[in-house]
Design a protein around this ligand. Structure first.
Ligand SMILES: [Zn+2]
Length: 124
């Protein structure tokens, strides 16, 4: 699962750095995960290029103490009309771009893998 790959990558970062990716679906319905180039910024990954065709969601990690989607995440979700997955070691939330609400898909469960399995590829 792509989101678990991101959770595992995020858990290995220090100093509140984040990992971010697009979840993309091709015309045949297959999904893939495109990692944003890592900037090593603290709590703010940025992607300045165009959103890839077929993007169905955004996903990024948060530090443990900020498990919920931020106000900025909710605003971005509404603006792009895309759900945003917010990932920490213990929780997974997804925003609803219509309502701005978010729901927990994983709650209080360590879902980070011990062994990394890389399913997300760096965006080209
Ligand atoms: Zn966020």
């Amino acid at each position: 699962m792509y989101l678990q790959d991101l959770a595992t990558r995020g858990s290995r970062l220090v100093d509140q750095q984040e990992v971010a990716a697009f979840i993309v679906q091709d015309t045949a319905g297959a999904t893939s995960c495109l990692l944003w180039p890592h900037t090593a910024n603290t709590r703010s990954e940025h992607y300045l290029g165009a959103i890839p065709a077929g993007t169905v969601a955004l996903a990024h990690t948060h530090p443990l103490f900020a498990e919920h989607p931020s106000k900025g995440d909710v605003a971005e979700s509404k603006r792009l009309h895309l759900p945003i997955y917010v990932i920490t070691r213990w929780n997974l939330y997804v925003t609803d771009p219509q309502s701005g609400q978010h729901v927990a898909l994983i709650a209080n469960k360590n879902w980070v893998r011990n062994v990394a399995r890389h399913e997300c590829a760096l965006i080209k």
